[in-house]
Design a protein around this ligand. Structure first.
Ligand code: ADE
Length: 370
């Protein structure tokens, strides 16, 4: 039988008291984060896009990099995608970086360089979803809109004792309704930041610090002793393996010195716009170099190599979680004396490799190369 969940409600909780307590706690305990000190809409947008799926301590360095290199939205809009991706390198989910650039271009071309201050305007920006919209409207413009991210789901689920899953359409809607009901409309910026901060510092996923929580006396999960069991997720996505075998092909340059073959990944898959070495994906483990180099997809490349030497064991291996996938990667070395045909790869000097943005997975492989 299908499980049903009671509709969460705010009944019986003194929302005004919760708001007051959250506000005072935030004034006293909030971390001094750079995007809280400078709440221009550009800086809020930048920080929130960087912080999606990224921890604050990791995101901080990237925030500084971007604000230093692109002090205004106009500076960002004028950048090339390659430059943005290079600055983004290591943060993962690269579509965020590409969307950030496109959003900046739309802000300059369609909004006179001003970040929109309506939900409709913000909805026109790629990469700006409901959370980032609410964050920009409330943090930057102090407008009375709620916002819900992972921290907020957790706080709301526990405070209101909601067992609605956070990964279903119905559940998501119910948490946005709760966030709207709880919002302190007189202080939307402070309120939304306070809920996020409480989730980050106090109402943590494991071992929450309920003794330091300003709203523990209202929290239904705390009263029932079930705070660590909330929030609930309906289903975990099954992890699917992907086997990626890369080839580091060392070849003399036409001028002088040693070169490598790389190419830019196209649309329709992970890491769009980043660079990589020639790659074969087989869907199987343990395929040998001999088998790989005979695959038709690799035929033209192998045929174009003059006097190639294939090294049979991988020079590096690693696995990488990229939800919902687990990637198993190997790097093989091929040395050759030249190229006898034009190929859809760039032949770059080995010394210039680090000026191209590669996925972290490949950087990790290269760290193992002697
Ligand atoms: N995580 C996402 N947005 C944040 C913010 N503005 N402050 C702290 N942590 C965050």
């Amino acid at each position: 039988m299908k499980k049903t969940h009671p509709t969460p409600s705010t009944e019986g909780i003194d929302l005004r008291d919760v708001q007051r307590r959250l506000g005072s706690w935030y004034d006293e305990h909030a971390r001094a984060l750079p995007w809280r000190e400078d709440v221009s809409a550009y800086h809020v947008m930048l920080s929130e896009i960087i912080l999606q799926q990224t921890r604050v301590d990791q995101g901080m360095a990237y925030y500084h990099r971007f604000t230093e290199r692109f002090p205004t939205v106009q500076d960002l809009a004028a950048a090339s995608e390659d430059e943005v991706l290079l600055l983004w390198q290591g943060l993962g989910y690269y579509s965020r970086g590409r969307n950030l650039l496109r959003a900046a271009q739309i802000i300059v071309s369609d909004f006179g360089g001003e970040i929109p201050h309506t939900p409709e305007g913000l909805s026109r920006l790629p990469g700006v979803g409901p959370y980032t919209r609410g964050a920009i409207l409330s943090f930057a413009y102090n407008l009375p809109y709620p916002t819900v991210d992972g921290n907020v789901y957790r706080v709301l689920s526990r405070l209101f004792g909601s067992t609605e899953p956070i990964d279903t359409t119905r559940g998501v809607r119910s948490y946005w309704d709760l966030a709207e009901a709880l919002l302190d409309k007189a202080h939307p910026s402070r309120h939304n930041q306070a809920v996020i901060e409480l989730g980050a510092l106090c109402c943590t996923p494991r071992r929450p610090h309920c003794d330091a929580c300003p709203i523990a006396m209202h929290c239904l999960a705390h009263r029932a002793g079930i705070e660590e069991q909330l929030p609930i997720k309906q289903g975990k996505t099954k992890v699917l393996p992907r086997h990626m075998d890369y080839f580091l092909i060392r070849l003399p340059l036409a001028s002088e010195g040693e070169g490598l073959l790389i190419r830019r990944r196209g649309a329709g898959d992970i890491w769009q716009g980043l660079y990589e070495f020639p790659l074969i994906e087989t869907g199987e483990t343990g395929v040998t170099v001999e088998e790989l180099t005979k695959l038709p997809a690799f035929g033209d490349l192998i045929a174009a190599l003059e006097r190639p030497t294939f090294h049979p064991t991988p020079i590096a291996q690693c696995s990488h979680k990229l939800s919902p996938r687990a990637i198993y990667a190997r790097l093989f070395l091929i040395e050759a004396e030249g190229l006898s045909a034009e190929l859809p790869y760039q032949h770059i000097p080995s010394t210039e490799r680090s000026s191209y943005a590669f996925p972290v997975l490949i950087e990790r492989l290269l760290e193992q190369v002697p």
